[in-house]
Design a protein around this ligand. Structure first.
Ligand SMILES: [Cu+2]
Length: 352
């Protein structure tokens, strides 16, 4: 309302209150909230954030000095005494000397500032490279258009398990992630915890982070990877060790068996329909790795890579017409009669 009625007098369009509001909103979301570079929750993000503030404050001082000198020069040029006659203006040899000295000092200061930037940046790089702690939790992440496959490794294959788009980690323990991609280049980025790292097809990359505060941190693919790049998010859930361990126990188990006839009917819909060609539900005949592993689907916060909260309504909408939610997504629409859909939903929602 206010934005529509008035504009700041100074005139130009970019000063309209609307844009000011937007800028302030953007600046404040950048400074807080659950996906932010400026709200570090672990040593890696802290190092990046510290570097950011160091460079920004030095650059700000340089900027202010340069602008002040420029304004002084403009003012001086219009106020200096005019030369006699119609000779062009010439500085005296003394003035020329002063100016030369000024330029030399400015160049020297610039070089010193730039070199110190290089040092700050290299030392941040080496902090980032050192694993912050021992006995890291080891996780494999595989990028797909447009979701994240997550495997928790264990020397005992029975203890290994898979999930999607949600990474649970214990607070305070470093997490070492081996990454690759199934199709195109993606980039793993959870700004509160760590900088970006690319996932490259046919090649393995490694990153690590440590979450020092419990919380749910949003991450996002940071390398344009096609139509639904923007809807390729993930969540890192950092929780106290005991809570994490009980999550692991639950994820290791096979899928819940149907507990009533409706759920049993839903399992049949799943196994006899196209779903089983693309998804795994452990302990059933469905073992395809084309789409996300659904063994413990109901325990997840969101579906479709952070696109929708994991609710019955969203699940139904997704199963019937994923293309209207994520156009171009690699899951086809499904024609399912209402009874079968109810049964399927009852079955899937039991997959805790
Ligand atoms: Cu992407």
């Amino acid at each position: 309302m206010i934005a529509a009625r008035s504009r700041v007098r100074l005139g130009s369009w970019w000063l309209s209150p609307h844009l000011l509001t937007m800028t302030v909103a953007m600046a404040s979301t950048a400074c807080s909230g659950f996906q932010s570079v400026l709200d570090p929750k672990g040593p890696r993000a802290e190092a990046v954030s510290k570097l950011h503030w160091t460079l920004l404050s030095i650059a700000t001082v340089v900027y202010v000095i340069v602008i002040a000198v420029l304004l002084y020069a403009l003012w001086y040029a219009s106020h200096r005494p005019l030369p006699a006659g119609d000779h062009p203006y010439r500085e005296t040899p003394d003035q020329a000397d002063t100016m030369k000295r000024g330029v030399i000092i400015a160049v020297a200061v610039t070089v010193i500032v730039l070199i110190s930037f290089v040092f700050a940046s290299v030392s941040t790089g080496s902090t980032l490279g050192r694993l912050g702690g021992t006995k890291p939790l080891r996780i494999d992440v595989v990028g797909h258009q447009w979701w994240w496959g997550v495997t928790y490794n264990d020397p005992d294959p029975h203890n290994q398990f898979e999930t999607a788009n949600e990474i649970h980690v214990p607070v305070g323990r470093p997490v070492l992630i081996k990454m690759t991609s199934q199709d195109v280049i993606h980039s793993f980025w959870a700004p509160n915890l760590s900088g970006k790292k690319d996932l490259i097809p046919g090649h393995q990359t490694i990153t690590w982070f440590r979450a020092d505060t419990a919380g749910v941190y949003r991450g996002q693919c940071a390398e344009f990877c096609g139509h639904e790049h923007a809807k390729m998010a993930f969540f890192i859930v950092a929780e106290p060790t005991l809570k994490f361990e009980s999550w692991v126990q639950q994820q290791r188990g096979e899928a819940q068996k149907p507990t009533d006839s409706l759920q049993a009917a839903g399992e049949r819909v799943f196994l006899n329909g196209p779903c089983a060609m693309c998804h795994t539900i452990s302990g059933t005949g469905a073992g395809s790795k084309f789409g996300p592993n659904l063994t413990h689907l109901a325990s997840r916060l969101t579906i479709a890579a952070g696109t929708l909260p994991n609710t019955t309504g969203n699940l139904a909408g997704w199963i019937l017409d994923p293309q209207s939610i994520k156009p171009g997504v690699k899951m086809p629409p499904n024609r399912i009669d209402p009874q079968s859909l109810q049964a399927l939903l009852a079955y899937l929602e039991n997959l805790k």
